[in-house]
Design a protein around this ligand. Structure first.
Ligand code: HXC
Length: 257
């Protein structure tokens, strides 16, 4: 049902959104999309949340958009419902998102991971955009985000052949932030999440926002944006605390975290 399409857990300032359709390898249907959009909207404005982790099961992060739900739709139905547009809420999130990927991240699953800021892959992870085998194309951002992430020729290889790549190849082409042994995978995810969640959130949001601008604007505009945001952070208590703590050789106690 809608309510248990995802499981929401909290560990201090880290929120964990776990896709919860294990029998369908976490295929992303409308219930999952609505639950995810609602959870992210609520968590993103919660000052007690510093990082959101999106994850699945050991076997599958997500094996794609739900093919059974889409199979019989008409073009007009897809267009009128603006199918997949609910996922934009994930990409709009200002709080850092970590995709913790074990097993399959295919089609919409790979695209969901690419909406996140950091992708931590277990060595069991498999990525791909196999939509071409279904007579369609990536529909949740894959044609754009994969091309920006790994470049035209690597992206075309995946999008036009539909082949899957393992964690090692994903690491080499720059599709993931890092690969971790399965046994240490969850520890690494949570250690990373807690570390980021311990920094001052104004600077964390600014860091995410400025880095993302690099993918949207010219170098000159991006550098100007960075400079303005950098200067503005000197109005925050966390800048004073962070720098004073360094000078005093003590750990920083950020206020906004
Ligand atoms: C709906 C899915 C699914 C999916 C798996 N299942 N992927 N259901 N949508 N994307 C279901 C299967 O139907 C099956 O249900 C159950 O999950 C287990 O899957 P199996 O195939 O039996 O598992 P296995 O043999 O281990 O193979 C795993 C797999 C394979 C290689 C990942 O499931 C697979 O190829 N899935 C589809 C991957 C894919 O094409 N993704 C892209 C989707 S399109 P039952 O009821 O039989 O047990 C997309 C964007 C579309 O994401 C954009 C265009 C608009």
């Amino acid at each position: 049902t809608e309510a248990d399409a995802i499981l929401v857990e909290r560990d201090g300032r880290v929120a964990i959104l776990r896709l919860n359709r294990p029998k369908a390898l976490n295929a992303l249907n409308n219930s999952v999309m609505r639950a995810m959009a609602a959870a992210i909207a609520a968590l993103d404005t919660d000052t007690g949340v510093g990082v959101i982790v999106i994850t699945g099961s050991d076997k599958a992060f997500a094996a794609g958009a739900d093919i059974k739900e889409m199979a019989d739709r008409s073009a007009v139905e897809m267009a009128m419902s603006d199918w997949f547009s609910g996922w934009d809420a994930v990409a709009r999130c200002r709080t850092p998102l970590i995709a913790a990927v074990s097993g399959f991240a295919l089609g919409g699953g790979c695209e969901l991971a690419m909406m996140c800021d950091i992708i931590i892959a277990s060595e069991t992870a498999k990525f791909g955009q196999p939509e071409i085998k279904l007579g369609v194309i990536p529909g949740m951002g894959g044609s754009q985000r994969l091309t920006r992430a790994i470049g035209k020729y690597k992206a075309m290889d995946l999008i036009l052949t539909g082949r899957l790549i393992d964690a090692g190849e994903a690491d080499r082409v720059g599709l993931v932030s890092r690969v971790v042994q399965q046994a240490r995978f969850w520890d690494d995810v949570m250690t990373t999440a807690r570390m980021i969640a311990g920094f001052g959130k104004p600077s964390v949001i600014a860091a995410k926002e400025t880095a993302n601008r690099a993918l949207e604007v010219s170098l000159a505009e991006g550098l100007l944006f960075e400079r303005r945001v950098f200067h503005a952070l000197f109005a925050t208590e966390d800048q004073k605390e962070g720098m004073n703590a360094f000078v005093a050789k003590r750990p920083a106690e950020f206020r906004h975290r």
